[in-house]
Design a protein around this ligand. Structure first.
Ligand code: FES
Length: 194
Protein backbone atom coordinates (compact mmCIF):
# COMPACT_ATOMS: atom_id res chain seq x y z
CA UNK A 1 0.00 0.00 0.00
CA UNK A 2 0.89 3.64 -0.14
CA UNK A 3 3.92 5.45 1.07
CA UNK A 4 3.50 9.19 1.52
CA UNK A 5 2.99 10.91 -1.80
CA UNK A 6 5.34 13.73 -2.94
CA UNK A 7 3.10 16.48 -1.59
CA UNK A 8 2.87 14.79 1.78
CA UNK A 9 6.60 14.14 1.88
CA UNK A 10 7.07 17.90 1.67
CA UNK A 11 4.45 18.44 4.36
CA UNK A 12 6.15 15.78 6.49
CA UNK A 13 9.55 17.48 6.20
CA UNK A 14 7.95 20.76 7.19
CA UNK A 15 6.36 19.16 10.24
CA UNK A 16 9.58 17.38 11.25
CA UNK A 17 11.42 20.72 11.13
CA UNK A 18 9.17 22.03 13.89
CA UNK A 19 10.51 19.58 16.46
CA UNK A 20 13.92 19.39 18.18
CA UNK A 21 13.85 15.62 17.67
CA UNK A 22 12.50 14.20 14.36
CA UNK A 23 10.87 11.25 16.16
CA UNK A 24 8.62 13.72 17.99
CA UNK A 25 6.83 14.29 14.68
CA UNK A 26 5.63 10.70 14.54
CA UNK A 27 2.01 11.38 15.55
CA UNK A 28 1.40 14.30 13.17
CA UNK A 29 2.96 12.23 10.39
CA UNK A 30 0.63 9.35 11.20
CA UNK A 31 -2.28 11.77 10.87
CA UNK A 32 -0.86 12.82 7.51
CA UNK A 33 -0.75 9.19 6.37
CA UNK A 34 -4.30 8.58 7.58
CA UNK A 35 -5.50 11.70 5.78
CA UNK A 36 -3.88 10.41 2.59
CA UNK A 37 -5.17 6.82 2.65
CA UNK A 38 -8.03 6.80 5.16
CA UNK A 39 -6.04 4.43 7.37
CA UNK A 40 -2.42 3.68 8.28
CA UNK A 41 -0.77 1.28 5.82
CA UNK A 42 2.32 -0.81 6.51
CA UNK A 43 4.19 1.08 3.79
CA UNK A 44 3.26 4.41 5.36
CA UNK A 45 4.58 3.25 8.73
CA UNK A 46 7.85 2.15 7.11
CA UNK A 47 8.09 5.46 5.27
CA UNK A 48 7.46 7.48 8.43
CA UNK A 49 10.14 5.43 10.20
CA UNK A 50 12.60 6.37 7.45
CA UNK A 51 11.66 10.04 7.68
CA UNK A 52 12.06 10.34 11.45
CA UNK A 53 14.92 7.85 11.84
CA UNK A 54 13.35 5.10 13.94
CA UNK A 55 12.50 1.42 13.42
CA UNK A 56 9.15 0.65 11.72
CA UNK A 57 8.18 -1.29 14.86
CA UNK A 58 8.34 1.94 16.86
CA UNK A 59 5.94 3.64 14.45
CA UNK A 60 3.71 0.58 14.62
CA UNK A 61 3.80 0.71 18.42
CA UNK A 62 2.74 4.35 18.51
CA UNK A 63 0.08 3.98 15.85
CA UNK A 64 -1.56 0.99 17.53
CA UNK A 65 -1.59 2.70 20.93
CA UNK A 66 -4.03 5.39 19.83
CA UNK A 67 -7.60 4.46 18.98
CA UNK A 68 -7.96 7.23 16.39
CA UNK A 69 -5.47 5.57 14.06
CA UNK A 70 -7.13 2.92 11.93
CA UNK A 71 -5.18 0.05 10.39
CA UNK A 72 -7.89 -1.15 8.06
CA UNK A 73 -10.18 0.74 5.78
CA UNK A 74 -13.27 2.22 7.42
CA UNK A 75 -16.40 3.64 5.90
CA UNK A 76 -16.46 7.01 4.25
CA UNK A 77 -17.97 8.29 7.49
CA UNK A 78 -16.77 7.05 10.86
CA UNK A 79 -19.71 7.53 13.22
CA UNK A 80 -18.82 7.38 16.90
CA UNK A 81 -21.45 7.33 19.63
CA UNK A 82 -20.21 8.23 23.10
CA UNK A 83 -21.63 5.96 25.80
CA UNK A 84 -19.62 7.21 28.76
CA UNK A 85 -21.27 8.42 31.96
CA UNK A 86 -22.79 11.78 31.03
CA UNK A 87 -23.99 10.56 27.67
CA UNK A 88 -25.24 7.28 29.12
CA UNK A 89 -27.32 9.14 31.71
CA UNK A 90 -28.94 11.12 28.89
CA UNK A 91 -29.81 8.20 26.64
CA UNK A 92 -26.62 7.14 24.86
CA UNK A 93 -27.31 3.42 25.17
CA UNK A 94 -30.68 3.90 23.49
CA UNK A 95 -29.05 6.16 20.89
CA UNK A 96 -26.41 3.53 20.12
CA UNK A 97 -29.09 0.85 19.74
CA UNK A 98 -30.94 3.21 17.43
CA UNK A 99 -27.77 3.81 15.42
CA UNK A 100 -27.27 0.06 14.99
CA UNK A 101 -30.86 -0.31 13.78
CA UNK A 102 -30.65 2.72 11.51
CA UNK A 103 -27.37 1.70 9.87
CA UNK A 104 -28.09 -2.03 9.95
CA UNK A 105 -24.70 -2.85 11.47
CA UNK A 106 -23.39 -3.62 14.93
CA UNK A 107 -20.64 -1.61 16.62
CA UNK A 108 -17.45 -2.05 14.60
CA UNK A 109 -19.39 -2.82 11.45
CA UNK A 110 -19.45 -1.01 8.12
CA UNK A 111 -22.54 -0.64 5.97
CA UNK A 112 -22.45 -2.78 2.80
CA UNK A 113 -22.11 0.29 0.60
CA UNK A 114 -19.00 1.38 2.52
CA UNK A 115 -20.59 4.65 3.64
CA UNK A 116 -20.69 4.32 7.41
CA UNK A 117 -18.64 2.59 10.10
CA UNK A 118 -20.17 2.61 13.58
CA UNK A 119 -18.03 2.94 16.70
CA UNK A 120 -18.76 3.10 20.40
CA UNK A 121 -16.68 5.87 21.95
CA UNK A 122 -15.51 6.76 25.42
CA UNK A 123 -15.90 10.32 26.75
CA UNK A 124 -15.43 12.77 23.89
CA UNK A 125 -14.99 15.72 26.27
CA UNK A 126 -18.33 17.18 25.25
CA UNK A 127 -20.26 16.10 28.35
CA UNK A 128 -22.13 19.42 28.42
CA UNK A 129 -23.68 18.45 25.07
CA UNK A 130 -24.53 14.87 26.00
CA UNK A 131 -25.39 12.66 24.35
CA UNK A 132 -22.92 13.39 21.64
CA UNK A 133 -21.58 11.72 18.54
CA UNK A 134 -18.67 12.34 16.22
CA UNK A 135 -18.63 11.91 12.46
CA UNK A 136 -15.08 11.87 11.08
CA UNK A 137 -14.20 13.56 14.38
CA UNK A 138 -16.68 16.43 13.90
CA UNK A 139 -19.01 16.89 16.86
CA UNK A 140 -22.79 16.75 17.04
CA UNK A 141 -24.19 17.36 20.50
CA UNK A 142 -27.55 16.81 22.25
CA UNK A 143 -28.28 14.13 19.69
CA UNK A 144 -31.70 12.52 19.69
CA UNK A 145 -32.61 9.54 17.49
CA UNK A 146 -34.39 11.97 15.17
CA UNK A 147 -31.34 14.21 14.91
CA UNK A 148 -29.16 11.16 14.34
CA UNK A 149 -31.39 10.16 11.43
CA UNK A 150 -31.12 13.69 10.04
CA UNK A 151 -27.32 13.61 10.17
CA UNK A 152 -27.22 10.24 8.39
CA UNK A 153 -29.76 11.37 5.80
CA UNK A 154 -27.77 14.52 5.02
CA UNK A 155 -24.50 12.61 4.67
CA UNK A 156 -26.19 10.00 2.47
CA UNK A 157 -27.49 12.80 0.27
CA UNK A 158 -24.03 14.37 0.04
CA UNK A 159 -25.03 17.50 1.95
CA UNK A 160 -23.68 19.08 5.14
CA UNK A 161 -25.53 17.76 8.20
CA UNK A 162 -26.91 20.67 10.24
CA UNK A 163 -24.77 23.01 8.17
CA UNK A 164 -21.50 21.48 9.33
CA UNK A 165 -19.10 20.29 6.65
CA UNK A 166 -17.73 16.81 7.35
CA UNK A 167 -14.43 16.19 5.53
CA UNK A 168 -13.17 12.75 4.50
CA UNK A 169 -12.04 10.46 7.29
CA UNK A 170 -8.52 11.29 8.45
CA UNK A 171 -8.70 15.02 7.77
CA UNK A 172 -7.81 16.85 10.97
CA UNK A 173 -6.89 20.35 9.89
CA UNK A 174 -8.62 22.20 7.10
CA UNK A 175 -6.04 24.98 6.97
CA UNK A 176 -2.30 24.45 7.10
CA UNK A 177 0.17 27.31 7.02
CA UNK A 178 3.88 27.13 6.22
CA UNK A 179 6.52 26.62 8.89
CA UNK A 180 7.42 30.00 10.46
CA UNK A 181 10.65 31.52 9.25
CA UNK A 182 10.67 34.65 11.40
CA UNK A 183 10.13 35.40 15.08
CA UNK A 184 7.04 37.40 14.19
CA UNK A 185 5.60 34.42 12.35
CA UNK A 186 6.29 32.19 15.32
CA UNK A 187 3.80 34.19 17.38
CA UNK A 188 0.97 33.36 14.99
CA UNK A 189 -0.96 30.09 15.15
CA UNK A 190 0.33 27.67 12.53
CA UNK A 191 -2.67 25.45 12.05
CA UNK A 192 -6.36 25.83 12.52
CA UNK A 193 -7.95 22.60 13.65
CA UNK A 194 -11.62 21.98 13.31
S1 FES B 1 -19.54 11.28 28.57
FE1 FES B 1 -20.01 11.59 26.47
S2 FES B 1 -18.82 13.37 26.01
FE2 FES B 1 -18.32 12.97 28.07
Amino acid sequence: MARLNPTNIERAREVIARYPQPRSAMIPLLHLAQEQDGHITDDAKAHIAELVGVMPAEVHGVSTFYEMFKHEDVGRYLVGVCTNLSCMLLGADELLAHAEDKLGVKVGGTTPDGSFTLEQMQCLAACGGAPCIQVNYRYFENVTPERFDGVIAALSAGTDPEGQAVPPHGTLSRVSLPHPSTDADRERPQEIHS
